[in-house]
Design a protein. Structure first.
Length: 413
């Protein structure tokens, strides 16, 4: 569940193998396409070829398969290979395809498809976009020599051309994925650096003045002793007061850093659910970030979202989860913001009382003057968790939340 998506993929497209099992998976992925060589192999096994042609066919096929596998596999496992060597190997494979298909019959035209794929995988686009049509043209020219295949020659030429350009698209996708991984790591690094800088600035602003004042008053009290003990005692009292206030400021700052935020929890919850194979639907109102909530209420909803996602992952066995944020009016004319988490699973184990997670969540919401409701999802399928917090008067009307959806997820389902 928690392992990265790349590690769960048996082929790990675009990444180098990290162990022997992954390398074998990549080799098997290459080898499975050799089923397209059924035509040449069948011709060699039917016994109607001369001994010389049969020897040429088997030796040529073995060399071709070995060369193709070496070129593609080395590229897939990211082994360094000189560009000139790769190009000479591709030329060798192309010459071998021309020789075998010209000598042994039209069944061997399929070799051109493998050469096109190898060219698309190993060559830059500036070269492969010309090499693939040239190989396809060579296939057509050789195929025209065989009268019995002219009518369906496109069945060889079209896969050759499309396979090559399709593999070019796959290579472009792989490069894009690699760039995205690098960019994601860079963004994470920059975010961590920015957070460290922000923490340093905040601590400097909080403690710089206080520590300077404490140092100054300590020096002043030292000079007053022992001649003016009363004045020195006053300076020590001031030092105590300033240090206590500095301690309060630091605690408030640390509390602010630890306070959960709805946007941060939403990103983490979506990533966790999707990694676990749960399809997630998120209300645009929840993604907008304009909720009109005070700090305490936003923290309570963030805890509710975290606890709901934990229940979905641990207990529900759900395949789909829906996250909604709606604004609702109560009978006392107070506006509430309702966070609804609906899944199609079985929900937490049925019991006479809530578990520790839900009990703690009720207490957190109560501190924010809110409440928690749990029960069956609409239409009786799955489980629903709804967390309510009041909207303050400072919130703009609507608060970026779609009021029309309120009727679908009311406090009583």
């Amino acid at each position: 569940m928690n392992e990265p998506e790349a590690e769960r993929s048996p082929v790990m497209i675009g990444t180098a193998p990290r162990n022997r099992r992954q390398a074998l998976s990549k080799a098997a992925w290459i080898a499975v396409w050799f089923l397209y060589l059924a035509g040449p192999v069948g011709q060699l096994l039917d016994g109607r070829m001369s001994a010389a042609d049969e020897a040429l066919g088997w030796s040529g096929l073995i060399v071709f398969v070995g060369g193709y596998f070496a070129v593609v596999f080395r590229h897939m496992i990211h082994l360094p290979t000189r560009g000139s060597l790769v190009r000479w190997l591709l030329v060798f494979l192309a010459v071998l395809a021309v020789l075998l298909s010209s000598t042994l019959g039209p069944n061997w035209l399929v070799l051109f498809t493998f050469v096109c794929v190898a060219a698309a995988v190993t060559l830059p686009f500036s070269l492969s976009r010309w090499v693939i049509p040239a190989l396809t043209a060579a296939l057509i020219l050789i195929g025209l020599r065989y009268e019995d295949v002219r009518i369906y020659l496109f069945s060889y030429a079209l896969p050759c051309l499309l396979s090559g350009f399709a593999m070019i698209g796959v290579q472009h996708l792989i490069r894009t994925m690699a760039e995205l991984r690098v960019a994601r790591e860079e963004v994470a690094r920059l975010a961590a650096n920015e957070e460290r800088l922000r923490l340093a600035r905040d601590l400097h602003d909080l403690l710089g003045h206080s520590l300077s004042l404490i140092t100054l008053k300590s020096e002043l009290a030292g000079r007053m002793l022992p001649d003016r003990p009363d004045d020195a005692a006053q300076q020590v009292a001031d030092i105590e007061r300033v240090s206590r206030q500095a301690l309060v400021d630091v605690r408030e700052a640390v509390t602010g850093y630890r306070r959960p935020r709805l946007a941060v929890e939403l990103a983490g919850v979506c990533a966790a659910l999707r990694t676990a194979g749960v399809e997630v639907s998120v209300d645009p109102a929840l993604e907008s970030g304009r909720h009109g909530l005070a700090t305490v209420e936003e923290g309570a909803l963030a805890w509710a979202l975290r606890e709901a996602a934990t229940n979905v992952l641990r207990h529900s066995g759900a395949r789909h989860c829906e996250l909604l944020l709606t604004e609702e009016w109560e009978s006392d004319e107070r506006r509430y913001l309702c966070l609804s988490v609906l899944d199609d699973g079985t929900g937490p184990p049925r019991a006479l009382h809530d578990g520790n997670g839900l009990s703690g969540l009720r207490e957190r919401l109560a501190l924010a003057d809110g409440r928690l409701e749990t029960g069956p999802a609409p239409q009786g399928r799955g489980f629903a968790l709804r967390a309510y917090v009041p909207l303050g008067g400072s919130a703009r009307s609507g608060g970026g939340v779609t009021g029309t959806a309120a009727g679908t997820v009311g406090p009583h389902g």
